[in-house]
Design a protein around this ligand. Structure first.
Ligand code: SF4
Length: 84
């Protein structure tokens, strides 16, 4: 309701593929997110709910996968460190 994407074409936030046109579309969607008052909450929600497609909180699918991978690696090191 408070998102800057209200009134935007929802398709903008769901680029298909990873070609130049799709990356440009994702950048356009991110530009909307960057002026959104709920950007952080939106991105966190998408991460917590493992949303696989679309741009949420200025994070693409690849961005979210990278964050989750880093968090996973961090958890792994933590577990190992605690076990030692
Ligand atoms: S951060 Fe979320 S709510 Fe805000 S414009 Fe982007 S997709 Fe919409």
């Amino acid at each position: 309701m408070h998102g800057a994407c209200a009134g935007e074409d929802p398709e903008l936030f769901f680029p298909v593929g990873n070609n130049a046109a799709a990356r440009e579309q994702a950048d356009e969607a991110k530009a909307v997110c960057y002026r959104c008052p709920v950007m952080e909450i939106c991105g966190q929600w998408a991460l917590e709910h493992r949303i696989e497609s679309g741009v949420w909180g200025a994070l693409t699918e690849d961005d979210r996968r990278a964050i989750l991978r880093r968090r996973g690696r961090g958890t792994g090191r933590g577990r190992k460190a605690r076990a030692l």
